[in-house]
Design a protein around this ligand. Structure first.
Ligand SMILES: NC(=O)c1ccc[n+]([C@@H]2O[C@H](COP(=O)([O-])OP(=O)(O)OC[C@H]3O[C@@H](n4cnc5c(N)ncnc54)[C@H](O)[C@@H]3O)[C@@H](O)[C@H]2O)c1
Length: 330
């Protein structure tokens, strides 16, 4: 099977590419390297540098390859940035998605997987958050994912394209082999920031609020290991062979507070990781935990790297051996 991975030079896309190659898929990665790294792409994949906003580049990609399935990771990805630069999201993410879907529909691609987000659920009635929860995008970023989810609804109706929306919670960890991992500049994700403190690259961690209604006052989040995420993509790709579209929430089902994450990182790195509480960040809910029952029951997905220890150990392994990320040239 030949699959297209957009954003395959990025964090989650590169790990998924790795697993796809291991399972014998032929992979074409299409990425503009806006935040991605060519070194992250498995050399057995075909790498095409290009921008989804460039319609002629997308058409050329589909002229050169016939795809059996598409995994769409490429996106602007930051909630906070989307509140300051909404058009990068409401326009660019949406146009990138529509250029891709138009070419895919024209070619008759029948399987499509979208990297969607927990940011669809800004006002959950219940925690853990099930796939049935009411959709209330929390930012232009979340809205841009919802726009593509709606495009997919029509792709299925009109072109018979089966799709799977995977609404991930906090992706974390790194490949157990230690050769690929998370490298975002600037970094906005908690675990890499904590590990940058352990590496001496930052003085301390600022915790955004320690007066939330949680046992230790800091926010609770659901961290899912990037390999478990990658595995879910492969299960979904295979399941779409039955032509039925699906939507799944994808997390560990366990929540960890910021203080718990810091304490585990202290234990693993042996560094005291200074942390100080600062002001709350507007819009941060106290607790976000996924209910992934639906994907567990329907596809038999189960986290293999479900413990916080495994998540931080694999991330530390990557950061320790690549303190400057891919800039080491490794
Ligand atoms: N990291 C998380 O915790 C998380 C959580 C929920 C959803 N997601 C979603 O998962 C996907 C991957 O996230 P990530 O953390 O790996 O991000 P990332 O920034 O590491 O990867 C995104 C990749 O897409 C590429 N890209 C961006 N715009 C492009 C364009 N117009 N044309 C071609 N390539 C383009 C980038 O260069 C990069 O390689 C995103 O869609 C993101 O919204 C991530």
């Amino acid at each position: 099977m030949k699959v297209l991975v957009t954003g395959g030079a990025g964090y989650i896309g590169s790990h998924t590419t790795e697993l796809l190659i291991d399972r014998g898929y032929e992979v074409v990665v299409f990425d503009n390297l806006y935040t991605g790294h060519v070194e992250a792409v498995n050399p057995k994949a075909t790498f095409v540098k290009g921008d989804l906003l460039d319609k002629s580049a997308v058409d050329a990609l589909f002229d050169a390859h016939k795809f059996d399935g598409i995994l769409h990771f490429a996106s602007h990805t930051l909630v906070g940035e989307s509140m300051e630069k909404p058009w990068l999201y409401l326009r660019d993410n949406a146009v990138a998605g529509s250029n891709l879907l138009e070419a895919a529909a024209r070619q008759g691609v029948k399987r499509f997987i979208l990297s969607s987000t927990a940011n669809l659920f800004d006002d959950p009635a219940r925690i853990p958050i099930t796939a049935e929860e009411r959709i209330v995008p929390g930012s232009p970023y979340g809205e841009s994912k919802y726009i593509i989810e709606r495009y997919l609804h029509w792709m299925e109706r009109i072109y018979g394209m089966a799709y799977c929306c995977l609404r991930y919670f906090n992706a974390s960890g790194a490949h157990p082999g230690g050769h690929i991992g998370e490298d975002h500049t600037p970094e906005f994700h908690l675990i890499p920031i904590i590990l940058q403190v352990a590496l001496g690259q930052r003085e301390k961690l600022t915790i955004f609020g320690d007066d939330y209604p949680t046992p230790d006052g800091t926010c609770i989040r659901d961290y899912i290991h990037v390999i478990d995420l990658a595995e879910a993509h492969i299960l979904a790709l295979e399941a779409l062979a039955d032509g039925k579209s699906r939507k799944y929430n994808l997390g560990n089902g366990k929540g960890y507070s910021i203080r718990e994450v810091v304490n585990m990182a202290r234990e693993i790195t042996g560094h005291d990781i200074p942390a100080a509480a600062g002001a709350r960040r507007p819009g941060d809910p106290a607790t976000l935990i996924a209910d992934s029952t639906r994907i567990q029951q329907e596809l038999g997905w189960a986290p293999e790297f479900g413990s916080l220890r495994q998540i931080i150990e694999t991330a530390w392994n990557w950061h320790k051996s690549h303190p400057k990320g891919y800039a080491t040239g490794k």
